[in-house]
Each structure stands twice: as structure tokens, then as C-alpha cells.
Design a protein around this ligand. Structure first.
Ligand SMILES: Cc1cc2nc3c(=O)[nH]c(=O)nc-3n(C[C@H](O)[C@H](O)[C@H](O)COP(=O)(O)O)c2cc1C
Ligand code: SF4
Length: 473
């Protein structure tokens, strides 16, 4: 396809696939190409026609919720920054941090945006920084995302060359410096307060809250941390308006969402779809259904730290409220699919090993609880467990649950474990009764996987990232 045809096709999807219509993984648009494709219209509107409070009002009205996992309303988060408080008339300096740490197993949506359309994120960060009166912004990037790092640095350099960063941006009084920081590489660095500690050069452990970062964050200054996908919506909300954003989804949660699927599906990948597509549509229309010879057993709907759902949940819309009502979390929107030929105990053990390895060690329930769960699960998976072990695991889940730890890593580890014991109780008990793994005939592949979830996922990510499935319109 010629570049002219590519652009024409891309622009025809501008209103339905705002985040991804300009994605080009082979050769992302440079500054000029991005401007020709309609880039920087949103930032121009914000900086030259609107006050920060007016931008805040548009973003709040759009109903945008954070895409980093928790689904917190973006406008509400920003409104806690002192410069945007009702009574505040003068801008107080603050910081913006874009969270591009993306280390959640089974999640690779941000990478697609970071590598495929880096200019969009820079524009988005300028809009967010202007709104919260930040004169410094940081892009905290997963260290392994080296291609993204190169492309983002080029985009930042071009934004400086074209006076979208630096002093007196586009002739206004506004100034902003943007720094790319590549992480040294721990999962906990994605937790926003651990991330702030890491940026300050300290050990990456979460901070006790309050104070929340919006009030006292990086170097004690008001700081907003937002996810890559969350921020990437901003140029489009500014350009097309909040009503357009709401109309993108037939559900109460507005906008589109980056969804992905991995596991034994025919067409693993990542897609931008209206918020609230059902699990069935995502699994069968986009991910192509299960591979020949395997059946669906269960799935984690939003990355590794969400609860399993099963066949009965297939018609659940993938939005924050509906997935919560079904007993799980939308999380990152990354489906991890479990089939009937893979052992659920081994899968959960694999995930728990990851969480135990990545625990920062600050609080006892997580530091001691996650390796203890690994020890018990290993015993059960090897056929050496007992029913008392099951009871012990259930106790551990309570011990590591929300409110008992400083951050959500341990409760996140509990979610797949607790739900697996509910939905796949028979599998756990069979291990105990038989004295071995009932899935042993498939165990070669599992053993390879249990060496660590990351290498396997890395393969799936490389194979899976595409620009849309067969049915992707
Ligand atoms: C252990 C852990 C890891 C996290 N990793 C990420 C991450 O890689 N990227 C991300 O955006 N949010 C991550 N989060 C959530 C962040 O703490 C924070 O809520 C998010 O970046 C806020 O952005 P949003 O409001 O735009 O969703 C993580 C949270 C926890 C507890
Ligand atoms: S829950 Fe785990 S990762 Fe989070 S602060 Fe406690 S020990 Fe650290």
C-alpha cells in the first residue's frame, strides 16, 4: 500500500478508532506526517483557546476513566491537583508522569501505542501537563521497550524542534520540558507511588497514602500519574468533544478500549474496540476462537491480577461495571485464556511465582504470603498436597486481601488464585486424590511455561501484536 493510500484508509477510521487509526508499527509517523494527519489540533485548541479549568471540564464531562487498571475517573484525579481546585486562581507548579511501565503478564496494549504512534502520546502529555499546570513531565517506560524508547525520544526531539516543548510553546506563555526515563525493571515500579520513588532514585517501594500524589508526589510536588492509553485519548477528546467520546460506546463507560487476547486462541492480538464489547465477541470474532483440539476452560479478563471468569460469563460486556458485577475486574482489558488441556493449578502457580518474585517486601502479608502460596501450590501441583493445604491457601488469600497490604500487588495475586480454587476446585482436588497432575500428558509444554511466565508471554506478544483481526472493521 502506498503511503497516500495508507493515510486515506487511516483517516477513514479517525472517528471510530481514535487511538489506533494512525498506528504504523513499521514506520510510525514523524512530526510532519502526524500534523498532516490531524495531529496537534487538540493541543492547539487546549493551549490557545482554553484555560486549564476549561480543559478539565471537557475531560471530566467525557467520563474518561483510567486505563491503567483501576478505572479511576481521570477528571476527578486531576481536580485534586491544587492548581485546579475551585478556589485557586494561580497556577502552582506540578508534575505529570505517564506510566508506560507495562509489566502486567498478559498485557501488551500500551506497547502497541508507544511503538506505533509515539507522536500522539507526546501531544497527549502536553495537553495533560498544561491542564494540571505542570512545567515538567516524565515518561516512565518499561526498560525492555527499547524500540519504543528510540521512537519516543525521536518524537520528543521533534516536538522540541517544532516548539511544542520548551519555552513559550506556540507563542503562548506556557513552557514544558519532557523527559524519557527507562525503568531499571521491576513490576512494582508500575505502582504509581513506587514509580515516584524510582524516579527520585530511591528504592521502588510504594508510599503510604494519604498524601495522594496529586497533592504531594514527585519531590513533594503535586503529581498526576496516568497510563499511556488514558492519556492517548486526550488529543481526540479535545478535537472532537466530550459528547463524541461518550457516543463511541453503547455502555455507561465511554470511549474505546484497547483489548487484547493471548493463550490457545487462533488469532492472538490487540484491538481497539468500543468499550463494552462482550467477552464472546472479543474471544470469537477478534481472537478467532479456540485453537483446534482445545476448549475454553476459563479466562482472566484484564491481565494476570484479575479473577477468572468462565463460559457462563461470555456475554458479559467488557466494561468496568459489568466485569465487576461478574466477579472480576476489567483491569488492563488483556484476556489470558485458559484451555482444557492446560492445568489450572500449574497456571496459577506460574502467576504466583511471578508475584512472589516481584513483591517489594515492604509488608508481611505479601512478602511472606506470596512465596508461601507458591510453596503450597507447588506441593499440590506435584500431587503431594492435602485438603488441609487447600484450607491453608484460602486463609492465605484472606491474609493478603485488600486493606491488609500497602499496595494492590498482593490482592492482585490473590484474584487468580482465589477464583481458580472456586471455579476449578475439582482440578485441585484431583491432584490431591490422584497424587499427580491429571494433565500430565500435556506437561512438557507446561513445564517449559513454568520456567517463567515472561518468556512465554514475550513470544505471544511478538506473535500477537497486529493491527486488527479479520473481522476488525
Ligand atoms: C503492582 C502494580 C503494578 C502496576 N503497573 C502499572 C503499569 O505498568 N502501568 C499503569 O499504567 N498502571 C499500573 N498500575 C496502576 C498505577 O498504580 C496507577 O493506578 C495508574 O498508572 C494510574 O493511571 P490511570 O489513572 O490513567 O489508570 C500498577 C499498580 C500496581 C499495584
Ligand atoms: S503488597 Fe507487596 S508489593 Fe505492595 S507494598 Fe506490600 S510487599 Fe510491596
Amino acid at each position: 500500500m502506498t503511503s497516500k493510500n495508507w493515510l486515506a484508509q487511516a483517516l477513514s477510521q479517525a472517528l471510530t478508532k481514535p487511538l489506533t487509526h494512525l498506528v504504523n508499527l513499521d514506520q510510525p509517523l514523524d512530526f510532519e506526517g502526524y500534523v498532516q494527519a490531524g495531529g496537534y489540533i487538540g493541543a492547539t485548541k487546549a493551549l490557545t483557546q482554553l484555560t486549564p479549568k476549561e480543559v478539565l471540564a471537557i475531560v471530566s464531562d467525557s467520563g474518561l476513566k483510567g486505563r491503567g487498571g483501576a478505572g479511576f475517573p481521570t477528571g476527578m484525579k486531576w481536580s485534586c491537583v491544587p492548581a485546579l481546585q475551585e478556589q485557586s486562581n494561580q497556577a502552582q507548579p506540578s508534575y505529570l508522569i505517564c506510566n508506560g511501565d507495562e509489566m502486567e503478564p498478559g498485557t501488551f496494549k500500551d506497547r502497541y501505542l508507544l511503538e506505533g504512534v509515539p507522536q500522539q502520546l507526546i501531544e497527549a502529555m502536553i495537553i495533560a501537563s498544561y491542564t494540571i499546570s505542570a512545567d515538567k513531565a516524565f515518561l516512565f517506560l518499561r526498560g525492555e521497550y527499547q524500540l519504543a524508547a528510540t521512537r519516543l525520544q525521536q518524537a520528543i526531539d521533534q516536538a522540541y524542534e517544532n516548539n511544542w516543548l520548551g519555552k513559550n510553546i506556540q507563542g503562548t506563555n506556557y513552557q514544558l520540558d519532557l523527559y524519557l526515563h527507562t525503568s531499571a525493571g521491576r513490576y512494582i515500579c508500575g505502582e504509581e507511588t513506587a514509580l515516584i520513588n524510582a524516579l527520585e532514585g530511591k528504592r521502588a517501594i510504594p508510599r503510604a497514602k494519604p498524601p495522594f500524589p496529586q497533592v504531594s508526589g514527585l519531590f513533594g510536588k503535586p503529581t498526576v500519574v496516568n497510563n499511556v492509553e488514558t492519556l492517548s485519548n486526550l488529543p481526540h477528546i479535545l478535537k472532537h468533544g466530550s459528547q463524541w467520546f461518550k457516543d463511541l460506546s453503547p455502555h455507561s463507560d465511554p470511549g474505546t478500549k484497547m483489548y487484547s487476547a493471548c493463550g490457545q486462541v487462533k488469532n492472538p492480538g490487540v484491538w481497539e474496540l468500543p468499550m463494552g464489547v462482550t467477552i464472546r465477541e472479543l474471544l470469537y470474532d477478534y481472537a478467532g476462537g479456540m485453537k483446534e483440539g482445545v476448549k475454553l476452560k476459563g479466562l482472566l479478563p484484564g491481565g494476570a491480577s484479575t479473577d477468572f471468569l468462565v463460559e457462563q460469563h461470555l456475554d458479559t460486556p467488557m466494561d468496568f461495571d459489568s466485569i465487576a458485577k461478574a466477579g472480576s475486574r476489567l483491569g488492563t482489558g488483556g484476556l489470558i485464556v485458559l484451555d482444557d488441556k492446560h492445568c489450572p493449578v500449574a497456571m496459577v502457580l506460574n502467576l504466583l511465582r511471578f508475584f512472589a518474585q516481584e513483591s517489594c517486601g515492604w509488608c508481611t502479608p505479601c512478602r511472606d504470603g506470596t512465596p508461601w502460596a507458591v510453596e503450597i501450590l507447588t506441593r499440590i501441583e506435584q500431587g503431594k498436597g492435602s485438603l488441609a493445604d487447600m484450607a491453608q491457601l484460602a486463609d492465605l488469600c484472606d491474609f493478603m486481601w485488600l486493606g491488609k497490604t500497602h499496595c494492590a500487588l498482593a490482592p492482585g495475586a490473590v484474584e487468580p488464585l482465589k477464583s481458580a480454587m472456586r471455579y476449578f476446585k475439582d482440578d485441585f482436588e484431583q491432584h490431591i486424590e490422584l497424587g499427580c497432575c491429571p494433565y500430565q500428558s500435556n506437561s512438557n509444554e507446561q513445564q517449559q511455561e513454568s520456567q517463567g511466565v515472561q518468556p512465554e508471554l514475550a513470544k505471544r506478544v511478538t506473535a500477537g501484536v497486529n493491527q486488527g483481526g479479520e473481522n476488525d472493521e
